[in-house]
Design a protein around this ligand. Structure first.
Ligand code: BV8
Length: 236
C-alpha cells in the first residue's frame, strides 16, 4: 500500500503524559503554577539551593515511577513499528513512558528523570533513589555533584544536531501535547516547514505555534492520537 510519507518526525510534550496522571507545566494548576522556574529548573537554582532542587526532582521522579503509558504512547509505538519509512520521536518529556510503551527510535532532548548526572565527572548513573546534596557519585567518588540528568533553562538540549538533521529531511512533522512555549523545541515546526514537510498539531488546544501548522486536530491525546496513527498506517 502506498504511504504518503517516508520520514516522520514526532515532537511530544507534557500533554502526552497528562492522561497518564503526570502534571503538565502551563495548564491550570500545572507545575509552573506551584514552583518558579528560577527556583528549581536552572543551574543557578541548583548552585543556590541544591537540596531544594533535588527535592523537587525527587518528587517528580517518585510520581513518574507510579504511572503507566497511555493509549497515545501506545499508538505512537505502533506507528514506529508499522510505518514502512523512518519514524523519529523527539520528546521534551523527562518521563520514561514512550520507551515503556515500546518506542525505540527516541530522543529525550530535555533529559531523563531516571538518570542522575555527576557535575564532577560527567558520569551518569540510575536515579533510582531520592538524591541528596551530599550524595557520593558511584563513578568518581566525589560528593555533592549529583543532579538529575535533565536540561535546565539556559542549558543546551541534547542531540540537537541529530534533531535538526532529521527535521531537514522529514516530510511529515507531528507536534503532540506541547504548548510551543519553550525553545528550541518550539522552533522545530518552522524548521520542518522550511524543509517542505507537512506539519500537523495534535493538542488539547491551539499552541503558540498554531500558525505554522498545515493541519491541527484538537482534543485529548488518548482520543485523537490513535485515530490519527490508524489513518497514517492505512496509507492516509
Ligand atoms: C537554551 C526539563 C541556550 C526539566 C525543560 C532567558 C534566559 C535563558 C533562556 C531563555 C530566556 N528566554 C528564552 C530562553 C530560552 C528558554 C526558553 O525557551 N524559555 C521559555 C520559557 C521562554 N529555553 C532554554 O533555556 C533552553 N535552552 O535555550 O539554551 C543555549 C544556547 C547555547 C549554549 C547553551 C545554551 C532549554 C529549555 C529546556 C528547559 N527544560 N524541561 C524539567 O522537565 O523539569 S522545559 C519544560 O517545558 C519541559 O521539558 C516541557 O516539556 C517543556 C515544554 O512544555 P510542554 O511540554 O509544552 O508543556 P506545557 O505544560 O507548556 O504544555 C502542555 C500542552 O499540552 C498544552 O498545550 C496543553 O493544551 C496540552 N495538553 C494538556 N493535556 C492534554 C494536552 N494535549 C493533549 N491531550 C491532553 N490530555
Amino acid at each position: 500500500m502506498a504511504h504518503s510519507f517516508e520520514r516522520i518526525v514526532i515532537l511530544t510534550g507534557a500533554g502526552l503524559s497528562a492522561e497518564s496522571g503526570l502534571s503538565t507545566f502551563r495548564d491550570k494548576d500545572g507545575i509552573w503554577s506551584k514552583v518558579r522556574i528560577e527556583d528549581v529548573a536552572t543551574p543557578e537554582a541548583f548552585m543556590r539551593d541544591p537540596q531544594g532542587v533535588l527535592d523537587f526532582y525527587n518528587g517528580r521522579r517518585n510520581n513518574s515511577g507510579g504511572v503507566e503509558p497511555n493509549a497515545a504512547h501506545a499508538a505512537l509505538a505502533r506507528l514506529e513499528a508499522g510505518h514502512p519509512g523512518e519514524v523519529l520521536t523527539v520528546t521534551q518529556n523527562i518521563d520514561p513512558l514512550h520507551e515503556r510503551a515500546g518506542t525505540t527510535n527516541l530522543i529525550h532532548m530535555h533529559g531523563e528523570i531516571v538518570k542522575a548526572l555527576c557535575n564532577h565527572c560527567g558520569g551518569r548513573e540510575p536515579y533510582d533513589r531520592d538524591l541528596s546534596a551530599d550524595d557520593v557519585c558511584r563513578q568518581c567518588g566525589n560528593r555533592g555533584g549529583l543532579r538529575p540528568d535533565v536540561v535546565w533553562f539556559g542549558e543546551m538540549p541534547y542531540q540537537m544536531e541529530r534533531i535538526y538533521a532529521a527535521l531537514s529531511r522529514c516530510d511529515l512533522f507531528i507536534s503532540i501535547g506541547t504548548s510551543g512555549n519553550v525553545y528550541p523545541a518550539a522552533g522545530f515546526v518552522a524548521e520542518a516547514r522550511g524543509a517542505g514537510a507537512r506539519t500537523v498539531e495534535l493538542n488539547l488546544e491551539p499552541s503558540e505555534g498554531i500558525s505554522h501548522f498545515d493541519e491541527a486536530i484538537h482534543g485529548k491525546a488518548t482520543e485523537i492520537v490513535p485515530v490519527y496513527v490508524e489513518k497514517l498506517l492505512n496509507g492516509g
